[in-house]
Unconditional design. Structure first.
Length: 177
């Protein structure tokens, strides 16, 4: 075990998946740059952003991938999933169809993953509670059935965004260390 060696770094690939317009790109920009865009265009997207955090005195880097809109064409490529050890599966609490898609996204993730993947179900847009279409209980239940972490977030008001990413990254770390 060389984990105590000075200078050792961890680099984890994390993917964000889920239907179009659930807020994937904004969750990433909120986490990585503390930015939110009300009119974000699916075409404006970077491949990934790298964020660092410290766990047990070690520098852990997460390379977090965004689909950059390719999910609209039902064509998230296998390259996107390759090497991923963490995943955020996102739906929009104000649109039930996006919640119904979660099992399909989980299947796609399973198909493409070769190792243990730390997975969190995210009900995004918790700020839209007044037009909620999926209850918290339903999110909790699905997460329990599928063995996922669960959290409701808002990329708009920043609720739970950092927490969600950090839980996934810590879980990956505990899976590999
Ligand atoms: P993506 O297609 O999954 O990457 O979704 P985007 O990040 O592009 O967001 C789609 C739309 O939802 C944009 O108009 C965002 O401004 C909006 N949006 C994203 N996150 C939130 C949120 O937490 N709350 C609200 N109210 N709107 C959000
Ligand atoms: Mg996007």
């Amino acid at each position: 075990d060389s984990s105590d060696e000075e200078g050792e770094e961890y680099l984890f690939k994390v993917v964000i998946i889920g239907d179009s317009a659930v807020g994937k790109s904004n969750l990433l920009s909120r986490y990585a740059r503390n930015e939110f865009n009300l009119h974000s265009k699916a075409t404006i997207g970077v491949e990934f952003q790298t964020q660092s955090m410290e766990i047990e005195g070690k520098e852990v880097k997460a390379q977090i991938w965004d689909t950059a809109g390719q999910e609209r064409f039902r064509a998230v490529t296998s390259a996107y999933y390759r090497g991923a050890v963490g995943a955020l599966i996102v739906y929009d609490i104000s649109r039930r169809t996006t919640f119904d898609s979660v099992t399909r996204w989980l299947q796609e993730l399973d198909t493409h993953s070769e190792t243990t993947v730390a997975r969190m179900l995210i009900g995004n847009k918790s700020d839209l509670d007044n037009i909620r279409d999926v209850s918290v209980e339903e999110g909790v239940k699905l997460a329990e059935e599928q063995g996922l972490f669960f959290m409701e977030t808002s990329a708009l008001d920043a609720t739970n965004v950092q927490k969600a990413f950090e839980i996934v990254i810590r879980e990956i770390y505990s899976n590999v260390s």
